[in-house]
Design a protein around this ligand. Structure first.
Ligand code: ATP
Ligand code: MG
Length: 790
């Protein structure tokens, strides 16, 4: 190989080295967690460039999350002195967005097309269902949305869907109407980004040739999670096997396939081997991430799955610390315990960003967030109720979107009468009727409305037009500040009872925009660049940092860069928006297991390890579902480098109901020798209950029977569960103070409160009480005077 690549390669083991330096031919790297797949992929990109085999513009690399894409760019930037900003490295959605921005005309989209997030999409579908006069009971908006997304992910337009019965027929009509509506409004949903890009490549030979020639190297991380459309998309960009040595380089791990529920197909791996005529299949077996006990746990657990390609994973690090297991009485206690452990770790020198809290479902984060928040610990949530999805933020974004594109009906409806401007439901229905019959946007139809409603609509239009005119050429910050004032949003929230929080969030939006501008280099002086002779996009290597952004490409014809505002709106829709901690602040990382894929942390907490939650109840009815949950658990465990905590709680408030839990079956699938129980194992308060409950289950009266019936509803313990009542009585008697969990009490100093936890007996008896005013306190019952209030 040409000289120069040496230092890049020094740290690699022989298999990794072989993978990095493979000739430009199709290759598949199949290996377990932490074996260096992503590192190999990143190093290969650097090596290919450094040895002059490809220019930065000739590489496309696909990852699954924004966080992973950012990390890859950072690592690459550290390896090579190239400007990585302009490279085509990103998520499938991010790359499609970029592609469509460059070819918006060909794609029949407005230049400033907007992206619908899942919430927007649902409300758009609801509008279609309503307009078609369909019954929401028969056409449940969520299910219709899945149908549409599912069809698109199969590459099917309405005309391609096979019609089996009357219901499908109607669904297809909704799908068609939804598409028309999106087209009219100039908006696209996530699946549309993929499908539209795919079709554009399929239908335009010149474009296809261009990109197939351009991307000589396509690299895909987490290949096991590609769905059918993504696979077809990759084939489209890769083109037929070629003479000049272009190649797809895929890395993956069948044990980490966790998106089957969304149509991912592990079989894509086998198809890939065959269809791309893979010449090189390399396995990596040494794990560099985790200590022995963590890795043993992962290996042991995953060995319970039957459908595996089979790989080994070993480490040369020692056993390290044991895996710690914690049982709590309630989700509240779990959060308190976790908070204290995390603080302890931080005090002993671990940066907060190296501490991660994982959970199976987003709803679990609230309790943990409030514990961290109350203690003043900076944290950052990925996914979940994202910053950009909060109502007030969405209102603000809607105004911004209307400045960009007044035909965006979703945004129009969101704010036309917010704050109120005397535009009633009747006027809006009338307006929607006119728009429907004429096939035009609401904005375009408003002039047809007469009377007072019409006048108020006109005033709203004047407001938007004026905003557009007065903010032209301003910085993003100035645009947003002007909009917040002129729209009346700030004034509105000033008068609202809970408005202070919302105003804070709106101010945070200004900060987010500011951070976007500095991070993404989207300053006021971002200039239009000429397109070089080689065609669209090939100039990325030479782009000044100020305009080269992962998601923004100059227009293919004019070279025009979309406005900072449009870029920011795209960012808001695409980015898993982060909240709380400011950018760059050292913060504890909270996320679902799904979004932790590919990442690693010094310390990891896996919380809520309870039957029905993890493994999730929806997966329990079939073996495949359970195997997917187990792979998910495997992903969770293998995120940890040094320290791993597994935690479960006897009770948990979820979706407004208290659940009584049995610990996850996964505990039985871990090697005893690797675990250390922080709380006594199978003893005491909760586990007795757990045993009783398990017995009830085996008798068929509990969860078991519900699962047998294939019910998907949130499971509940048998009505009025006999055990908890007994358990609480016993605890109360034991403590000798007559209190019970959930009881209202009065304290002379702290006022009214509710008992959250009871512990200990006699002189040792303690209660944890949540006081409305003074927060939560631990009280020694031999001292504190608590009077029951009920
Ligand atoms: P996952 O399946 O979880 O995505 P992965 O196979 O992609 O894992 P990486 O994230 O690439 O694994 O690597 C895991 C860790 O091991 C990283 O911190 C990486 O830097 C380190 N690592 C990989 N290979 C080596 C090596 N040869 N020497 C030292 N450290 C290595
Ligand atoms: Mg990886």
């Amino acid at each position: 190989h040409p000289a120069g690549g040496e230092s890049l390669l020094r740290a690699l083991n022989p298999e990794q080295l072989a993978a990095v330096t493979l000739p430009a031919e199709p290759a598949l790297i199949l290996a377990g967690a932490g074996s260096g797949k992503t590192r190999v992929l990143t190093t290969r990109i650097a090596w290919l460039m450094q040895t002059g085999q490809v220019s930065p513009g000739g590489v496309m690399a696909v990852t699954f999350t924004n966080k992973a894409a950012k990390e890859m760019l950072t690592r690459l930037g550290a390896m090579l002195p190239v400007n990585v900003r302009g490279m085509w490295i990103g998520t499938f959605h991010g790359l499609c967005n970029r592609f469509l921005r460059a070819h918006w005309k060909m794609a029949a989209l407005p230049q400033s097309f907007q992206i619908l997030d899942s919430g927007d999409q649902l409300s758009a579908v609801k509008r279609v269902i309503k307009a078609m006069n369909l019954d929401e009971e028969r056409f449940v908006p969520k299910q219709v949305t899945w149908f549409i997304a599912g069809s698109k992910e199969e590459g099917l337009r309405p005309k391609d869907v096979e019609i089996r019965d009357g219901q499908t027929q109607k669904l297809v009509e909704v799908y068609q109407a939804y598409e028309d509506q999106c087209q009219r409004e100039g908006v696209v949903d996530f699946a549309e980004l993929m499908l539209r890009t795919f079709e554009l490549m399929r239908d335009h030979a010149a474009l296809r040739d261009h990109y197939q020639r351009r991307f000589r190297h396509i690299l895909v991380d987490e290949f096991q999670d590609t769905n059918r459309l993504q696979y077809a998309w990759l084939k489209m960009f890769a083109g037929p096997p070629r003479e000049d040595g272009g190649a797809v380089f895929a890395v993956g791990d069948d044990d980490q396939s966790i998106y089957a529920f969304r149509g991912a197909q592990v079989s894509n791996m086998a198809d890939f081997e065959r269809e791309f005529r893979v010449k090189h299949l390399i396995k990596l077996e040494r794990n560099y991430r985790s200590f022995g006990n963590i890795l043993d746990s992962a290996n042991h657990l995953i060995s319970h799955n039957t459908h595996r390609l089979g790989k080994n994973l070993r480490t040369e690090a020692g056993p390290g610390e044991p895996v710690r297991v914690q049982e709590s009485a309630s989700d509240y206690n779990e959060a308190q315990w976790l908070l204290e452990e995390a603080q302890q770790l931080h005090r002993s020198g671990m940066p907060r960003r190296e501490i991660s809290v994982l959970y199976r479902s987003n709803a679990q984060s609230r309790v943990i967030e409030s514990a961290l928040f109350n203690a003043g610990v900076p944290y950052r949530v990925y996914g979940g109720l994202r910053f950009f999805e909060r109502a007030e933020v969405k209102h603000a974004l809607a105004y911004l979107r209307l400045i960009e594109n007044p035909n965006d009906d979703t945004s129009y409806l969101r704010v036309v009468n917010f704050p109120t401007r005397g535009i009633g439901a009747r006027t809006l229905e009338q307006l929607q009727d006119v728009a429907r019959t004429s096939g035009r946007s609401l904005w375009q139809s408003a002039s047809a409305i007469s009377g007072k409603g019409g006048a108020n609509l006109a005033a709203f239009h004047a407001l938007i037009d004026k905003l557009r005119a007065t903010t032209h050429g301003l910085t993003l910050r100035e645009i947003i500040e002007q909009m917040l004032q002129a729209s009346g949003l700030i004034d509105f929230y000033r008068t609202e009872k809970e408005g202070a929080d919302r105003i804070e969030n709106l101010e945070e939006l200004v900060n987010a925009a500011e951070a976007f501008v500095t991070q993404e280099g989207f300053g006021k002086d971002a200039v239009a660049l000429p397109v070089d002779e080689q065609g669209p996009g090939t100039l990325s290597a030479g782009l000044p940092a100020a305009v080269a952004d992962v998601d923004v490409t100059p227009d293919a014809e004019t070279g025009e860069i979309i406005s900072p505002l449009a870029a920011f709106l795209t960012h808001a829709a695409l980015e898993a928006g982060d909240n709380q901690a400011q950018a760059g602040q050292d913060a504890v990382q909270l996320m679902t297991v799904h979004s932790a894929k590919g990442l690693e942390f010094d310390a990891v907490f896996i919380t809520g390890l309870e039957e029905g939650l993890f493994p999730h109840e929806n997966s329990l009815s079939d073996a495949d579902g359970l195997e997917e949950e187990r792979r998910l658990m495997y992903v969770a465990i293998t995120r940890a480098r040094q320290r791993l905590y597994l935690s479960f709680s006897q009770t948990r408030m979820l979706h407004g109901q208290t659940r009584y839990n049995v610990k996850s079956r996964f505990f039985d699938e871990l090697p005893d020798g690797a675990l250390k129980w922080l709380t006594p194992r199978n003893q005491g308060f909760g586990s007795g209950y757990a045993r009783d409950y398990q017995a009830a289950w085996q008798r068929g009266s509990g969860l078991g029977s519900m699962v047998g019936a294939g019910r998907q509803s949130a499971w509940q313990p048998p009505a009025a569960p006999p055990v908890p009542a007994r358990m609480v009585e016993a605890a109360a008697k034991q403590a000798g103070h007559g209190l019970r969990v959930g009881q209202g009490v009065f304290h002379n100093k702290f006022g009214e409160g509710v008992v959250v936890t009871l512990e200990g007996t006699g002189a040792d008896a303690r209660a944890q009480v949540h006081f409305g005013r003074h927060g939560t306190k631990w009280l020694a019952l031999s001292v504190a005077k608590l009077t029951p209030t009920e």
